[in-house]
Design a protein around this ligand. Sequence first.
Ligand SMILES: *Cc1c(COP(=O)(O)O)cnc(C)c1O
Length: 385
Amino acid sequence: MIPYGRQAISKQDIDAVIETLQSDFLTQGPQVPKFERAVAQRVGADHAIAVNSATSALHVAVSALGLEQGDLLWTSPITFVASANCARYVGADVDFVDIDPDTFNMSPRALAKKLEVAKAIGRLPKVIIPVHMAGQSAPMREISALAKPLGIRILEDASHAIGGSYAGHPVGACRYSDISVFSFHPVKIITTAEGGMAVTNNSDLADKMAMLRSHGITRDPGLMTHEPEGPWYYQQIDLGWNYRLTELQAALGLSQLGRLEEFVERRNALANRYDKLLAKLPLSLPGRQAQTYSSFHLYIVRLKDSDANRRGEIFQMLREAGIGVNLHYIPVHLQPYYRALGFEHGDFPVAENYYGRAISIPLYPDLSDEDQQRVVQVLSSALAA
Ligand SMILES: *Cc1c(COP(=O)(O)O)cnc(C)c1O
C-alpha cells in the first residue's frame, strides 16, 4: 500500500534519539528548550512552548487566551476535530465559518457576513481559529482585518503548515494572530511521533501556556503569592495538565527540523509534478495562492460535479489497487457529537460540497517518482472506468 502520508526517518534522527536515551534526562532536560528555541527561530516567533500534541497546544492556547464557559469560538468546518474540540474542553461554544471553495480555508467573505450578524445580536466569538488547510496559509491579513477591530483573538491552527510562508513571513511568525500551533504527528511535515508546539510573540501568553502545560505550577517567585519557603518551593497557581513533550521526542524533532526545508521542497516538487501529470484528467487540482508558499501537507483532488456520485466507488478502486487515499476532512459539524449540539446538514454548504468530492492522494518526501506515476495511472483508470 502506498500511504497518503508517512514520516521520513534518517539515521541521524535515530542516532539523536538513542543518544538522548543514554543521557541524564528522558524528560524535563535540555532538549525540549533547545527544540523550542530552534522552532521559534525558524518560524520567526519570540516564544515557543512544546507540548505532547497539537491538540494539547490548542487546549493550552485557548486557555491562555481566556476562553471559558459561555464564550464562543469559531473555526473552519473543514479541519480535524481538534480545532473545534479545544473550545469544548474549556466549556465554550463552537460555531463554524464556511470555506472558500478554491482554497478549502476559512472564507473571509463568509466571515465578514457572519460577523455582521453576530455583532447585531451581540454574540461575537472571543477566539477565531483559521486552519491552514493542506499546508496553505489561510488569508490571515483579511481575517485579522475583520476580527482584530472587534477585539477577537486569533489562533492559527498551523498543524499542516510548518515550513510554509505567507505574505513574506514564515507561517508561525504570528504577524496576524496571537498564537500559532503546529503538530508533529508522523503524517505532518516534521515529526516527534506525537507532539505539538504553540508559538507566540506575546510573553504573557507564553508564560501562561508554559505553566498550563505542567500542572499550572510555577517556580518564578515573582508569580507566587508569597516568598518561596525554600529552594524546594514551587506553587500551583492555576489548574493545568501534564502536556509535556519528552526529551526523546524533542531530540527527534530537532533532528527533523534540520531537514524541514528539504521536506517542504520535495513536497512542492511532487505537488508540481502531480499538477502536470493530472492536468488532463477530469479533476479540480489544488490552486496556488499569491503570497503563499504551501508546505503541501496534503495533495487534495476534487472530482467534477458530474463525478461526485462516483466518489465512493473511485475511492474504493484506489484503495483496492493499493493506493492509500484518504479524505480530509468530514465536516466537523456533521460529526455526531456536534450534531447533538444542534448542527445540521446544510449548515455549511460549501464545506459539504467539498466533502462530497475531495480525495487526498499520496504525498510525502520519500514518495518515489515511480510510485507517484502509479498513483496517477490508477487514478486515471478509475476515473475512466
Ligand atoms: C493533526 C491535526 C491536529 C491535531 O494534531 P495532534 O498533534 O495529532 O494532536 C489539529 N488540527 C489539525 C488541522 C490537524 O491536522
